[in-house]
Design a protein around this ligand. Structure first.
Ligand SMILES: [Ca+2]
Ligand SMILES: [Ca+2]
Ligand SMILES: [Ca+2]
Ligand SMILES: [Ca+2]
Length: 270
């Protein structure tokens, strides 16, 4: 009976995953031009910002509108707690109560992070404080993620600029897991362990760490970049027209006769 119930639960789990994947596919298709946020258009991390937004890990930086992500802002330790609590679905709280986060909107997240063993505090050995408003350095972030993801494997990667960092071991584990490539493309010989982590970088770290596929939103202002011959089917042409018509009008001149039906010459047009 117990076996049966377990199996049924497992099957239910699998169907839930399938439903969630399908739902993610649908959600992906309805991203508006420019995507979720207006201040990350064209940012190299935009597709990863969309990925973590789609996964519920970020809602934005200007509640309640949440039209912005603030990609260039440094990630604070309080924000880091919220990112990780949502990314890992941490729910348990324990006895830890830091004395310096009582006024922080992140106090609940910080306590969950501590309960999960991902942070011990910021003033060792007492560790009575969390320093929620301090910016997170890239080296500190490596340590947070290595603990959060239980990364243990090290590989060949050895950045040249972290040899004196207390985080060198964490940084090498993070690189081995493919979560970071480094900070100086295209050589990627450095990690910049003392630089602050920006919110856009954080999105890429989290998306890679969790295996979330990047989601590229449609361009906000595509311009006249399409002709009817660019579409394989009339349905695709009409979908493109419908996506942009509310904000851009008939930007690509796909509807010469102005009846809101695009590309009548394509097969399958009504
Ligand atoms: Ca955007
Ligand atoms: Ca507290
Ligand atoms: Ca090194
Ligand atoms: Ca037409």
């Amino acid at each position: 009976m117990l076996m049966l119930r377990t199996r049924r639960a497992a099957v239910l789990g699998v169907s839930l995953v399938v439903v969630l994947v399908l739902f993610a596919g649908i959600a992906l298709a309805v991203l508006p031009p420019g995507g979720t946020f207006i201040d990350d258009d064209g940012n190299v991390h935009e597709a990863n910002i969309e990925a973590i937004a789609n996964a519920g890990i970020t809602r934005g930086c200007n509640p309640p509108e949440n039209t912005r992500y603030c990609p260039d802002d440094a990630v604070t330790r309080g924000q880091m707690a919220a990112f990780l609590v949502r990314a890992l679905n941490l729910t348990a709280t324990g006895d830890t109560d830091f004395i310096d986060d009582n006024d922080s909107v992140f106090e609940g997240d910080i306590e969950k992070l501590a309960e999960a063993g991902i942070t011990r505090g910021c003033n060792p050995p007492e560790n009575t404080r969390y320093c929620p408003d301090d910016a997170v350095t890239r080296g500190q972030m490596a340590a947070f993620l290595v603990r959060a993801l239980n990364l243990t494997a090290t590989g060949d990667k050895d950045f040249v600029d972290d040899n004196t960092s207390v985080f060198e071991g964490d940084i090498e584990k993070l690189a081995e897991a493919g979560v970071t490539y480094g900070c100086n493309p295209p050589d990627y010989t450095m990690f910049c362990p003392n630089d602050d982590v920006t919110r856009d970088q954080m999105a890429s770290f989290l998306a890679r760490a969790l295996g979330l596929p990047p989601i590229h939103p449609p361009a906000r202002h595509p311009g006249d970049t399409k002709n009817c011959t660019d579409f394989a089917t009339w349905t695709e042409a009409q979908a493109w027209f419908d996506l942009y018509y509310p904000t851009e009008g008939d930007i690509a001149k796909l509807d010469q006769d102005g009846d809101l039906i695009a590309c009548e010459g394509l097969a399958g047009a009504p």
